[in-house]
Ligand binder design. Structure first.
Ligand code: UD1
Ligand code: CA
Length: 477
């Protein structure tokens, strides 16, 4: 059946106290409305998002994450009923089932929506509302049932009697309608209520009075229907979503040592037998292959980790870590970093826009930027690839089986041939031929006895004298 999905996202969300529209607040790798669109997408022949407050921002976001969806402008926010009417007026030939969803219910799952739509269509209902039983219904709309347990209507908290306010069965803001019945009832809405708005919820009372079948579908898990009104609720929803995502990975064969401190975005993929150690944040399009160990204290953004790799106390953005590579502790991989099989980026090392070949190592205290490092090359401790001359950046090409001495500075652009070596402390400004040793530093000069002339009464002078005497004694013996 052709289904149209309408997502309501025109409101500001005042209680968020934010310059950003509420539906654009991020949660585990998607915005609130992004989660709702993802849940509805499998059921939708077409999706339209009603935008209003900061419409240009919301429209741009929808275009980015769901190019198949469209947006409709509700210039003035005159209520949820008015929002749906505005959407229907902008669309041609809507028939079949129309699904309407508030844009701020990020925990809603496709399965729950599908169950509600299935029940609605099987019953031949004109309108079905998703309800949930909650402990503190607060400002939510209450479900009114008749003597037979059927749906009598929905009343907003602000319009409710004290008896109605005691009802704990609430309207989740998620509905299925038969298109013609919806269009008909929307035409009859008034704004005679506490908020002076056209309530979508009044459609249920109107259809019921007209003798049409209206029904309630109770969500199996009330948490899925939770909306977000302020930042405290945003954090609560985040924790629930984190737990749900972690549980799914664990059931699929991933070890998560401490789920409470592990935050994995919705679109991250992790293969079986990977281990995620505590305090780890996996974001965006990150992908972890089988048997990799990630953490503790790791943040990976849009980064891939190959099978069997180990990443500990590291931060990586848009990087590719090859199979069995080792990263950290205390490493920073910046965009464009590609680490080959069994390569290593060690302690206090930063790598940017560079490739390391198979088995290449940068073990300690180095910066590698805009460089190709060949296979099995070892970069000595405290090397710097000086890639920037304050105007432009150039590449440095380091061959295979190269060994650079500690504290080498490679001033780009420069090439080090295969099997070449640099002496410790060298500042390499010219290409090094394959197999050559490059020494680019002053020769050492020892000025004998200097301490006795410069600081004759110092402890250092006394120590030097004692050492010379001991050495002389040893030589004499
Ligand atoms: C609505 C329901 C309430 C339900 C609750 C669930 C109505 C009248 N009430 O109340 O029964 O329990 O959701 O969260 O529908 N929006 C627009 N245009 C408008 C007004 C709102 O697009 O003119 C959008 C908002 O951006 C939001 C959604 O509709 O995404 C719900 O609006 P909101 O004002 O938050 O409705 P509630 O008062 O929470
Ligand atoms: Ca409202």
């Amino acid at each position: 059946m052709a289904r149209t999905v309408i997502i309501l996202a025109a409101g500001e969300g005042k209680r968020m106290k934010s310059d950003l529209p509420k539906v654009l607040h991020p949660l585990l790798g998607r915005t609130l409305v992004g989660h709702v669109m993802a849940a509805a997408r499998p059921l939708a022949a077409r999706t339209v998002v009603v935008v209003g407050h900061r419409a240009e921002l919301v429209t741009a976001h929808v275009g980015e994450v769901a190019p198949d969806a469209s947006t409709v402008l509700q210039a003035e926010q005159r209520g949820t009923g008015h929002a749906v009417r505005t959407a229907l007026d902008a669309l041609d030939g809507v028939d079949g089932t129309v699904l309407v969803l508030n844009g701020d219910v990020p925990l809603l799952r496709t399965e729950t929506l599908a169950a509600m739509v299935g029940a609605h269509e099987d019953a031949g209902a004109a309108a079905t509302v998703l309800a949930a039983e909650v402990a503190s219904p607060g400002g939510l709309g209450r479900i009114l049932r008749d003597a037979d347990g059927g749906l009598a209507g929905i009343v907003e908290a602000r319009d409710a009697t004290p008896e109605q306010l005691a009802i704990r069965e609430i309207n989740a803001g998620i509905y299925a309608f038969e298109a013609a019945a919806l269009r008909d009832a929307l035409g009859k809405l008034t704004a005679h209520n506490a908020q002076g708005e056209e309530y979508l919820t009044d459609v249920f009372g109107l259809l019921g009075q007209a003798g049409r079948r209206v029904s309630v579908h109770v969500a199996a898990d009330a948490d899925e229907t939770l909306g977000c009104n302020d930042r405290a609720e945003l954090a609560q929803l985040g924790a629930l979503l984190r737990d749900r995502i972690n549980a799914a990975h664990m059931r699929a064969g991933v070890t998560i040592v401490d789920p409470a401190t592990t935050w994995i975005d919705a679109d991250v993929t992790i293969e079986r037998d990977a281990v995620v150690e505590p305090a780890t944040y996996l974001k965006g399009a990150t992908a972890i292959a089988a048997g990799a160990v990630v953490g503790p204290d790791v943040t990976l953004v849009d980064t891939t980790v190959g099978a069997g790799a180990e990443v500990v106390r590291a931060h990586a953005v848009l990087a590719e870590i090859g199979p069995q590579a080792k990263v950290g502790p205390y490493a920073y991989l910046r965009p464009g970093t590609t680490l080959g099989v069994k390569s290593k980026v060690g302690t206090f090392v930063e790598v940017k826009n560079s490739t390391l070949g198979e088995g290449a190592k940068v073990p300690h205290l180095s910066y590698v930027g805009d460089a190709n490092v060949g296979e099995h090359t070892n970069i000595g401790a405290a090397n710097v690839v000086a890639n920037y001359n304050w105007q432009s950046k150039s590449r440095t090409i380091i061959g295979a089986y190269v060994n650079t001495g500690s504290d080498s500075v490679l001033v780009a652009p420069v090439r080090l041939g295969d099997g070449s070596t640099t002496a410790a402390g060298s500042i390499i400004t010219e290409d090094v031929p394959p197999g050559a040793l490059a020494i680019a530093r002053e020769r050492q000069v020892n000025k004998e006895g200097w301490i006795h002339r410069a600081r004759p009464d110092s402890a250092a002078a006394a120590a030097a004298k004692a050492a010379a005497e001991a050495d002389g004694g040893a030589a004499a013996a």
